[in-house]
Write a protein that binds this ligand. Structure first.
Ligand code: NAP
Length: 479
């Protein structure tokens, strides 16, 4: 039996003994198996997390911080091993896998530091002594996607553990091995039994078991808007607090004062991370008319030069799409754009890579795009750059904000007045100005509109796992 679920400190299999295969998306080779668990195992995971909560919450913050720091140290010593596993089951190039491990580590480090500074507050109220206390919400559930399997889990584990919550976790079906490897290291780092529990298997049964359990007080989800909506409906029964990190459809606006070379550098770095399978990567390029043709030509030639292949091979820039459904979606978005009048400047189709699965898509640059195209309204989640031109700032802002999504946006400009206006004018939770990587562990990360709500990162991330208690005292002498 495959015994890689973690419940109450023990590695166990599914009750039924059933398991499912994990495949390398580049080769289709089976690289592991994990338990196919369901509602009953999910409920037992909550039993364990509930049982462990009081003792973990009662530990001094400095002791919890030591455990987080120990885990961060393991992510340094085991970086290459974890990165190799991540590349094998997820497909991204090794350099990106290493960067993901570093990004994950930074959440443990930041949370360890930040939990030490959580203090009660004392607002001034005439005639009373008021103390605003923060306490951990209790058992927290987390469900994560496949595109950043270690980082997405770390973003939820680190703040929850830091403030004294215990957790039940479910990774994506494509990438549970990295999650299991992270949990193994967490247990080696001194996490007590029951504080972290992990279940793999039937997503709707596991999710429903946690939503229906009133002991689960917080639900943190990263994934698609569709599933986020379902979870929000489910959370209504027990009024669980929610953080929803959902789909994105980031615009990148290049203004007339930008250097074309720098704009293309930023576009390349932001767009092709993880083959475009990144929630914050730019999906809609808005280029000022004065720069449009030069930008398109430079972006197309740099994109065409990217090398596709197995992520563990030197010089590879782009791995495979995660699965067949993902590449079919990219293909259908490009076909739809072409049908509606887009011009393919480079790419536009699958790219065969000798000896590997048919899951690679050529880096694609499309011009003459319009708002009716699927690639302009839906998240493509692949290496496709649809481009439109604009003539002034108002037009650019209107086009950028014309989306139900609001996770990230990118702007290339040096105009300081314009930069000051962006925070009010661009309707996204994150804005990268001349910055292709605005997501760091010490600042808030999250979206608005259909990209969800709640924030990960820094003290804002910890606040998501804390509830406020107002203790209002009339002291005997003043009664
Ligand atoms: P998904 O289908 O929503 O899956 C995400 C997770 O939800 C997986 O663990 C999945 O389990 C689980 N799930 C699926 N159906 C469920 C249900 N009925 N109840 C409970 N859990 C359920 O998303 P995806 O396609 O894998 O991930 C890509 C999406 O995530 C994109 O939209 C991307 O933008 C978004 N994303 C957002 C952020 C952010 O921070 N905003 C970050 C990364 C990714 P199974 O794998 O077992 O099906």
């Amino acid at each position: 039996m495959t015994e890689t679920n973690l419940i109450d400190g023990r590695w166990v299999g599914a009750d039924s003994g059933a398991s499912f295969e994990i495949r390398d998306p580049a080769t289709d080779r089976v690289v592991g198996r994990v338990p196919n668990a369901g509602a009953e195992e999910a409920r037992r995971a909550v039993d364990a997390a509930f049982g462990a909560f009081s003792a973990w919450a009662a530990r001094p913050a400095v002791e919890r911080a030591e455990v987080l720091d120990a885990l961060a140290a393991r992510l340094i010593s085991d970086r290459d091993e974890l990165a190799a596993l991540l590349t094998e089951e997820q497909g991204k190039p090794l350099s990106e896998a290493r960067a993901e491990i570093d990004y994950a580590r930074s959440f443990f480090e930041v949370s360890a530091r930040t939990c030490l500074s959580i203090r009660d507050e004392s607002p001034s109220v005439p005639g009373k002594k008021v103390r605003v206390h923060r306490r951990p919400v209790g058992v927290a559930a987390a469900i994560t996607p496949w595109n950043f399997p270690i980082a997405m889990l770390a973003k939820k584990m680190a703040p929850a553990m830091a403030v004294g919550c215990t957790q039940v976790l479910k990774p994506a079906e494509q990438t549970p091995l990295s999650a299991i490897a992270l949990l193994e290291r967490a247990m080696d780092s001194g996490v007590p039994s029951g504080v972290l529990n992990l279940v793999t298997g039937d997503p709707s049964a596991i999710g429903a078991a946690w939503l229906q359990d009133s002991r689960v007080r917080k639900f943190s989800f990263t994934g698609s808007t569709e599933v986020g909506r379902l979870l929000m409906q489910g959370a209504a029964t027990n009024l669980q607090r929610l953080s929803l990190e959902l789909g994105g459809h980031a615009p990148m606006i290049v203004f007339e004062d930008a250097s074309v070379e720098r704009a293309v550098d930023i576009a390349m770095a932001a767009k092709y991370r993880n083959g475009g399978q990144t929630c914050i990567c730019p999906n809609r390029f808005l280029i000022h008319g004065d720069l449009h043709d030069r930008f398109v030509s430079r972006l197309a030639s740099r994109s065409a030069g990217l090398v596709s292949g197995r992520g563990d091979r030197p010089g590879v820039d782009l791995g495979p799409m995660i699965d067949d459904a993902a590449i079919s979606k990219v293909e259908s978005h490009v076909a739809d754009a072409i049908d509606r009048g887009a011009e393919v400047v480079t790419g536009g189709d699958r790219r065969r890579v000798e000896g590997l699965a048919d899951r690679f898509f050529a880096p694609t640059v499309l011009t003459e795009c319009t708002s009716g195209m699927r690639c302009w309204t839906e998240e493509t989640c692949g290496p496709v750059c649809p481009i439109r031109r604009f003539e002034d700032e108002d037009e650019a802002m209107a086009m950028a904000n014309d989306s139900v999504f609001g996770l990230a946006s990118y702007v290339v400009t040096d105009d300081q007045e314009r930069i000051r206006r962006l925070g009010d004018e661009l309707h996204t939770g994150i804005i990268g100005v001349n910055d292709p990587g605005p997501a760091v562990a010490s600042v808030p990360f999250g979206g608005v509109k259909h990209s969800g709500f709640g924030r990960e990162g820094g003290r804002w991330g910890l606040e998501e796992y804390l509830e406020l208690v107002t203790v209002s005292t009339i002291e005997p002498t003043s009664v």
